[in-house]
Design a protein around this ligand. Structure first.
Ligand code: OKS
Ligand code: ZN
Length: 345
């Protein structure tokens, strides 16, 4: 299994974030990708290659043009506003009853218009890193198209919280969604996105909510008590043609393998009924018992089980990295998931 990664993805390097109502040390840091890369190298799964370059077209199939331009231009706008801070946070949002139909000119208005939380700092190189992360996913999709049975897109920054026109949850471009759409555009009939990150993949769900060609399933902490709070309930089943193609498995804090594995089993049976041509796994390591921002109790060996169960689906599989914040165990758990897949193939 090949791994795709670019050092450009390290250029987004926040030092602090607003989380749980206060300013804390950033969790989504370059060291996450570096430790995973180190373990992938040691595990010798196969070649580690940089992403290819892509035009913006593949990104614009998933994200709105004005949003992509905002991400591209935001550092210039920030400086033009006379700001000197290196990490930028929104602080005002067009929620319930405020207007969404006029995009403000001012950078502070734009920041709130295009985000859904204050926890995702942007900096001078965020766009470069996010674009590179998306190209990593796209290159992984191309490997699948060229006949590889599996590939690992070591995406960072992550993507699954990003909507068509919103960033949040450390995510700017929805890497998994961009890869799925690219596969569809290259002639793949049906794509499943299975999201095993601790947090609900609200962006991915929203992007494909009214579509039957991309099935979405997510196993995550119940949004009643966990970020992203406002999406991810079990009764969100899809709309219009997409009705019946969205499946959420919200689980309580403290969930360990017994219940998590049951949800995975149900999800895998649902995937088999859909019979996808390609499976994309939004792979988060944050269900781990010692993750600093999460409250599930998966153990290192449970990640092996996850990989092995996914292998049983018998589909070409693109793994796309999402969350996971316990730097010390991140590399081990990630390679366990991938070796679980490879050994069971
Ligand atoms: C933490 C609030 C911020 C959570 C961001 C979630 C990022 C993530 N109390 N998504 O998958 O890992
Ligand atoms: Zn997560």
């Amino acid at each position: 299994m090949k791994t795709i990664f670019s050092p450009d993805q390290l250029l987004h390097a926040p030092t602090k974030e607003i989380s749980d109502g206060k300013l804390v040390a950033a969790h989504e840091v370059p060291a996450r990708a570096e430790i995973i890369l180190e373990h992938i190298r040691k595990a010798q799964f196969g070649e580690i290659q940089p992403p290819k370059e892509f035009t913006l077209n593949a990104i614009l199939k998933v994200h709105d043009t004005d949003y992509v331009h905002f991400l591209q231009d935001f550092w210039k706008l920030w400086q033009e506003a006379g700001r000197t801070e290196e990490e930028v946070f929104p602080f005002v949002w067009p929620v319930h009853g405020l207007r969404h139909d006029i995009v403000p000119d001012h950078i502070d208005g734009k920041l709130g218009f295009y985000s859904f939380d204050a926890g995702s700092p942007m900096g001078a190189h965020t766009w470069t890193a996010a674009r590179s992360s998306a190209e990593t996913a796209l290159t992984g999709a191309d490997l699948i198209l060229s006949g590889e049975g599996a590939a690992f897109a070591l995406c960072r920054p992550p993507g699954h919280h990003a909507h068509r026109r919103l960033y949040g949850g450390y995510c700017f471009l929805n890497n998994a969604a961009i890869a799925a759409q690219h596969l569809r555009d290259q002639g793949v009939g049906k794509v499943t996105i299975l999201d095993v990150d601790y947090h609900h993949g609200n962006g991915t769900q929203a992007i494909f909510y009214d579509r039957a060609d991309v099935q979405f399933l997510s196993i995550h902490a119940d949004p009643k008590v966990e970020f992203p709070y406002y999406l991810g309930h079990a009764n969100e089943r899809g709309l219009k043609e997409g009705a019946g193609y969205n499946h959420n498995y919200p689980l309580p804090h403290g969930t360990s393998w017994d219940k998590w594995g049951e949800a995975l089993e149900d999800a895998c049976r649902t995937i088999m009924k859909f019979a996808p041509d390609v499976v994309i796994v939004s792979l988060g390591m944050d269900p781990y018992e010692n993750d600093p921002i999460s409250q599930f109790r998966l153990k290192t060996d449970d990640f092996t089980r996850i990989g092995a169960r996914i292998a049983q689906l018998g589909c070409p599989t693109l793994f796309v990295m999402e969350g996971g914040y316990l730097i010390g165990e991140l590399g081990v758990n990630c390679t366990k998931a991938l070796s679980g897949y490879l050994d069971a193939e």
